[in-house]
Design a protein around this ligand. Sequence first.
Ligand code: URP
Ligand code: ZN
Ligand code: ZN
Length: 459
Amino acid sequence: MALLIRNGEIVTEGSRLRADIYAEGETITAIGNNLAAAPGTEVIDASGKLIFPGFIDPHVHIYLPFMGTFAKDTHETASIAALVGGTTTYIEMCCPNRNDDALEGYELWKSRAAGKSACDYAFHMSVTKFVNETESQLREIVADGSASFKIFLAYKNFFGVDDGEMYQTLELAKRLGVIVTAHCENAELVARLQQKLLAEGRIGPEWHEPSRPESVEAEGTGRLATFLENTGATGYVVHLSCEKALRAAVDAKSRGVKIHVESVLPHFLLDKSHAELPGVEGMKHVMSPPLRAKRNLDVLWKALAAGDIDTVGTDHCPFDAEQKLMGKDSFVNIPNGIPGIEDRVNLLYTQGVKRGRLDLERFVDAASTRAAKLFGLYPRKGTVAVGSDADLVVYDTNYRGVISAKSQYTNNDYNAFEGVEIEGRPSVVTVRGKVQVRDGKFVGERGRGRMLKREPSHF
Ligand code: URP
Ligand code: ZN
Ligand code: ZN
């Protein structure tokens, strides 16, 4: 079936163009004016609307056994939530823990997604220990098309690696041409500060941030950078939350270290006062690195506009109120995570573009193109061009709405952005030429998503 989108304004990371887009089958086959439609073509009138490349969320958790429970979404629910919000590809963190076999974990994560996701997806493979078989297993995983790793400097004894294991992972990644994404917090300091605060009777969610202060994240970021510098590997700091950590990354970049930076939706919009709310309301805002002092938000927006922050992800990680209450007697037991896969694009557009913090091209770059380039998906994904997959977002800038858990597809009983206004939303979303969403409703084919195979590109 062919698709013709007429009269929209196509926005990519480097251009704006008023033209029609024609897709035969799964790919874009023509871009131009007054394109003719063969009989049977589905025609969409995009007059007055913007057309973006399908957005890419480079950091999500869907299947996640973590902190004694499981994140709430499945690939069915998360992919539909993603699509309704304009995200047509996500990269899930495949997270076996230190006691699991890496290859078995990889197969398990793949099996959870296969035939279930309504949008395309890929995996970052977590390296949570480095033992005899690790190198051969990682080679097999890369050969299978998952050409990016994840390491955690936090979460001691669970996901966390020590410095030796970080070195081995980076050194192998350099040889394989694989980029390494990293959660940068000093695990030892977090553990010590948690113990100290609990011993003082400080047990509420408001103590989560003081247990992992900005300096602890800056240390992790700086240490990753030092290891990248000395191995020649390429790194990507995930969910960077504060000015101190940003400075460590930018300093490293300026001395030639191959380091990229992601920040995630909650850190642009929410601050630590949200985690200081009483009871479960505070717990709903616990994630790591934590929501920070408000002064950081403006710093992150400016760094995003300047490109010092490369991408905006979500770190989508839904736990419901009952799960959050597992930490009612101790903040260290609150499952860490805030969902956002459904709202990232609309909130970034509203709070970024509409508030004058981001231009449209940089918005597309940060929410789609740069992730595609860094993670081996470009130009198949991340742009609107002949030969690219017909993943397209026809965006209605006149839409006005309010975010609410009541109307979300995400499988959770709250939304951390409840009540926030949005000034725009996708009116049509396509995945490889097929309409999956119309005006906030999933109308497509479940299980249409495919795992995207990616080649190493960071030599
Ligand atoms: O709080 C968070 N970020 N939860 C998900 C796990 C991680 O660290 O990314
Ligand atoms: Zn993390
Ligand atoms: Zn994460």
